[in-house]
Design a protein around this ligand. Structure first.
Ligand SMILES: [Fe+2]
Length: 172
């Protein structure tokens, strides 16, 4: 490259020379293929989500604790724990804490909680989306109820699927 010549954004010499369409598409395809081949998140998610006949049942249903007061095994790290008063006054704001797992679930790129939803009965209330490494599967939201209901938190683990935890709230 001679003195005074500029490098274009993709390394072509000369500011007046641009990639033609075919060359640009070829380079884009090569870059995309390289990123897909070496992206560990892509590989992990493909293995995790690929439907097959040997996938365990927990990946095909909403999982619940057999005995919510005595969590066991995989339940310990996955059943959402709802922290809220048993009784609240109608129309009066109160806080609900949501923690994924009696033993807090890990948040590493190959195994993490990617979202948590909260419902009052069948009514959707709230959603948080989480990022591994940077966040923890813990949240607090302020609610106001008019009638008694069962709060239901559903979370999704990228390895172990959907898990539900509930708490009855009585409104006086
Ligand atoms: Fe998990």
């Amino acid at each position: 490259m001679g003195k005074g010549q500029n490098m274009g954004p993709l390394g072509n010499a000369g500011s007046d020379k641009f990639l033609d369409r075919r060359e640009c598409l070829t380079k884009s395809a090569l870059i995309s293929a390289t990123l897909l081949a070496f992206n560990p998140f892509h590989l992990a998610s493909a293995e995790t989500y690929a439907p097959n006949e040997t996938a365990p049942d927990i990946l095909w249903q909403v999982n619940r604790a057999e005995d919510p007061r005595n969590l066991r095994g995989v339940e310990l790290g996955h059943v959402p724990q709802l922290k809220a008063p048993d009784t609240v006054k109608a129309g009066e704001p109160f806080e609900v804490g949501i923690i994924v797992g009696k033993n807090l679930h890990e948040m590493v790129p190959v195994h993490y909680i990617d979202w948590i939803d909260l419902y009052a009965g069948e009514i959707f209330l709230y959603k948080i989306i989480l990022t591994p490494n940077f966040t923890q599967p813990i949240s607090t939201v302020t609610l106001t109820l008019k009638t008694s209901t069962t709060l239901k938190a559903i979370e999704h683990c990228n390895v172990h699927g959907l898990w539900e935890g509930t708490k009855r709230i009585t409104v006086t």
